[in-house]
Design a protein around this ligand. Structure first.
Ligand code: GLU
Length: 372
């Protein structure tokens, strides 16, 4: 039987599958995953692999320290990335390519488009892209932080139709299955709302950095781009046997009926705000073409440093995240206008809209953590 649903998929494999004992890479679980990748390619399905495991694979070079410093973790990642790539390569008789990304690369539209171009060129030439976060160069400011969210950003950038996230449990349960014997597996989720995030609460793996919450965030990013998203048990060979037959072995999250446009999706889920504008209470929100434009008159505070064209977060005085958008003015100029509040009235009226109306991403505050 054939899986007729997919043309291009992103498969996310976590550290626990690659280096289960944290003593270098093991082929124990990789074998059936590699077989699945081969079967997909045989059926004409393009695959992008997002593989964690560099830190876990490199840990044994540093005496498997319990609490390594950040510098040692980065060194583990540098040494382990080689091991991890080599571990995958052993299974394939076609070439693979390493793509190391940071959030800094994805939130910059030019670099994002460049990454897309590279991925398409690799796929066109039958090469398997293997993506990981570039842990060696990442600072807190620059990193995505977990490969679940990274895989969703990659899946959106690659115009994939499905994202498959491997977990250490069968999918999303209505409560933590490790502590509740009556926990039930949710087979299908149509709408990711706060109740879904609540279910994801406590379940987490001990080896990777992601838990169920980051998987739900990833599913939200991917489904809003029009991708179906699966959370499956990557430790079970049967999960992949079912997937290749077109069956759902875990939880499937349905894609949005009307997916977001590429640019808006990028703004909502990938772009990171470089600064914040706090707007005065009572301003007519939302500020789109049918309502008042946001001008400097409505701004009560400016935070961070940003340039024209940078992404900024607009929030209300009581802390609600309202929107992400492109700044039409730099923070420097806005601060100047703010300091001239008293005497600069005339000047203020000469400022145009503070944010560009091209690409405003209105934020749903019910689970705003996911959008940060
Ligand atoms: N980039 C990390 C690594 O390769 C993994 C991050 C994650 O597990 O989500 O070890």
């Amino acid at each position: 039987m054939k899986n007729n649903q997919w043309k291009r998929i992103v498969l996310k494999v976590g550290s626990a599958l690659i280096a289960p004992e944290r003593k270098g890479c093991s082929s124990r679980y990789l074998l059936h995953i590699a077989k699945f990748i081969l079967q997909c390619r045989d059926q004409g399905i393009e695959v992008i692999l997002v593989s964690s495991g560099s830190v876990a694979a490199g840990s044994h070079f540093f005496g498997n320290l319990e609490n390594p410093s950040l510098a040692i973790k980065k060194a583990m990642a540098a040494a382990g990335q080689n091991e991890m790539m080599a571990a995958w390569d052993r299974f394939f008789d076609f070439p693979s390519a390493q793509i190391l990304l940071t959030h800094g690369d994805l939130r910059d539209k030019e670099r994002y488009d460049s990454v897309r171009e590279t991925m398409f060129a690799l796929l066109d030439n039958g090469i398997l892209p293997i993506v990981n976060e570039n842990d060696v160069v990442t600072t807190d400011e620059l990193k995505v932080g977990d490969n679940d969210n990274l895989s969703a950003m990659v899946a959106a950038a690659a115009d994939a139709d499905s994202l498959i996230i491997c977990s250490d449990i069968d999918g999303l349960y209505n409560k933590n299955p490790h502590t509740n014997t009556d926990a039930k597996l949710i087979k299908q989720v149509h709408n990711i709302d706060q109740s879904i995030y609540d279910m994801a609460g406590g379940a987490h793996s001990s080896v990777g950095t992601g838990g169920m919450k980051t998987k739900i965030e990833a599913a939200e990013k991917a489904t809003s781009h029009g991708l179906s998203t699966y959370i499956i048990n990557g430790f079970k060979e049967s999960s992949f046997e079912q997937l290749i037959l077109g069956n759902n072995p875990g939880t499937i999250f349905s894609p949005y009926d009307s997916p977001m446009k590429e640019d808006l999706h990028w703004m909502t889920h990938t772009a990171k705000a470089q600064g914040e504008l706090v707007i005065e209470d009572g301003f007519d929100y939302p500020f789109d073409e049918n309502s008042e434009q946001l001008t400097s008159n409505e701004i009560s505070e400016v935070h961070g440093e940003f340039a024209v064209g940078d992404t900024i977060l607009v929030r209300s005085e009581d802390g609600k995240h309202l929107a992400k958008a492109e700044a039409n003015y730099s923070s420097c100029l806005l601060n100047f206008i703010a300091t001239h509040d008293e005497e600069g009235d005339e000047f203020q009226h000469h400022t145009g809209p503070i944010i560009s109306d091209k690409n405003i991403a209105y934020l749903d505050n019910s689970h705003e953590e996911a959008h940060k």
